[in-house]
Design a protein around this ligand. Sequence first.
Ligand SMILES: *Cc1c(COP(=O)(O)O)cnc(C)c1O
Length: 369
Amino acid sequence: MTRIDNLIANTIREDVRAGHHYVVPDSSGYIKLDAMENPYQLPDALRAELAQRLADAVLNRYPVPSYAGIKERIRAKLGVPAGFDVILGNGSDEIISILCTACARQSPNDKGGRAVVLAPTPAFVMFQRSAQFAGMDFVGVPLKADFSLDRAAMLAAIAKHKPALVFLAYPNNPTGNLYDEADMVAIIEALGEHGIAVVDEAYQPFARTSFMDKLPQYPNLVVMRTLSKLGLAGIRLGYLAAAPVLLEQFDKVRPPYNVNVLTQVAAEFALDHVDVLDEQAARLNEAREILAAAMAALPGVTVFPSSANFITLRVPDAEKTCAKLFAERVLIKNLSRMHELLANCIRVTVSTPEENSVFLNALKASLQA
Ligand SMILES: *Cc1c(COP(=O)(O)O)cnc(C)c1O
């Protein structure tokens, strides 16, 4: 062992040394259908106007950490109920991490052990990773084979593990479906004053349904969203809507300048033109239905219902299909090894009609012997 190896062994946590980083493949030269990005940019006239705003941004000063301009626009335009507020994150990834950091009590209920994060699985991987990094235990409760919530199993796991946080992605990633509303409400009610239900609405611009208006009914409900899937993945802005008294606690662990000045300017501008982004989302929803119908007509392919900007499907041989797509320079996500419910499943982001048809042709080719 070299001195640097010893240093690492003496300082870095065992679970970090044993783990691996979040893998993002190099996508240059590929059609990128693996990360739920919006393929459309803002129209040229708006980009020119944004360029001017960015040129005027005050880069020599720290951001003003109240972020009043963005928050005001989010509250006004994105359906936050009166009396509720938001905090911002460097992507909703950071919000997940803030939630875990704030709730990672050691020896909760004086019973020893660690605080628990619970989520139906397969789920967005950051729920588990953030729980681990915060020193919490993660409990995954398998969905049913049709990817609906197993209400009885969820309620039993909540009674057993008493989670501090339950993450429910609505629609879920990587499956694409919306959970049954009554199942979600049963979970929120079962948590009561012992656990916080985090409804992750990353795909709300496509699903067009939300738990936001239920905030006043359930004090333990918080709603998390992001501008990423709406078309601004590059600026990294997520937000969490909740009762101000709860947000006050989360705000204590938020790094004070977590949203940078360029993001602040771009987000305010984008929210002033959110109708343009909503129109792009509507176009992608139409393209999703066309693509889903075309894939469902292919022999051996099962298409799962999606309310997001991606489609999850089962093919006869995911390995073969992904290799063919890769050879045709199309990047998608092979979900096969993520969870046993996802055997031979792949996930494709809905894109422009042109990119969707390149994908569809390569998919067809992969299904031939
Ligand atoms: C993409 C995604 C996020 C992360 O969004 P960022 O704001 O880009 O960090 C959160 N939750 C789910 C379910 C997602 O699919």
